[in-house]
Design a protein around this ligand. Structure first.
Ligand SMILES: Cc1cc2nc3c(=O)[nH]c(=O)nc-3n(C[C@H](O)[C@H](O)[C@H](O)COP(=O)(O)O)c2cc1C
Length: 169
């Protein structure tokens, strides 16, 4: 699949087939994530891959929009390790770039994904950190559901009025 096709096709999947996801595919997604740009090339990301249905159920109760995780074969908890930071301010931007790569790679592999926000809400970050039993220096950026799904389909959102060529008027 060409990149432009994956970009157009990607949509949020909130239901998934029960078919398991091959670990090689998850690794391919994480390989794409780790290719992302980051401030000072700090690459602050780490990933906790969750396949245990009980753990997925527990994580699905983090907040009221995380329920789809309970029905996914794989969850990826995207993490930030403070020990990897060279410049604190940009870590959420670094990891956002990584997760977009990850989600586009998933489309190419025939998979659906859902991004469920955690950072910067401290309440969610604290709860998720506890649920995942993370060390002091590691924080949760977001939860991602991954699985086979037929939700990826084109929805054109192009809006020429959002583009300001040369000046804003
Ligand atoms: C930072 C962020 C947090 C999000 N959190 C949730 C969430 O908690 N639960 C959910 O169902 N969708 C969540 N979404 C998905 C958005 O609702 C979805 O991307 C948006 O409605 C556009 O739909 P699309 O992904 O199908 O193009 C989140 C997306 C982003 C970027």
């Amino acid at each position: 699949m060409e990149l432009k096709e994956a970009i157009k096709l990607r949509r949020s999947a909130r239901t998934f087939e029960s078919k398991p996801v091959e670990r090689e595919k998850v690794e391919e997604m994480l390989r794409a994530a780790m290719q992302a740009p980051s401030a000072h090339n700090q690459q602050p990301w780490e990933f906790l891959v969750v396949e245990n249905p009980d753990k997925l159920k527990e994580l699905s109760e983090l907040h009221k929009y995380t329920a789809p995780l309970a029905g996914a074969p794989v969850g990826i908890v995207v993490l930030m390790n403070r020990k990897r930071l060279k410049v604190e301010a940009f870590w959420q931007q670094d990891i956002s770039a990584a997760v977009q790569n990850m989600m586009l790679q998933a489309v190419d592999l025939g998979l659906g994904t859902l991004w469920m926000g955690v950072a910067p809400k401290e309440e969610y970050m604290g709860k998720a950190k506890e649920m995942c039993q993370l060390p002091e220096d590691v924080e949760v950026f977001g939860l991602f559901a991954v699985g086979y799904s037929d939700k990826n389909r084109v929805k054109d959102r192009f809006d020429a009025s959002r583009i300001h060529w040369g000046s804003y008027s």
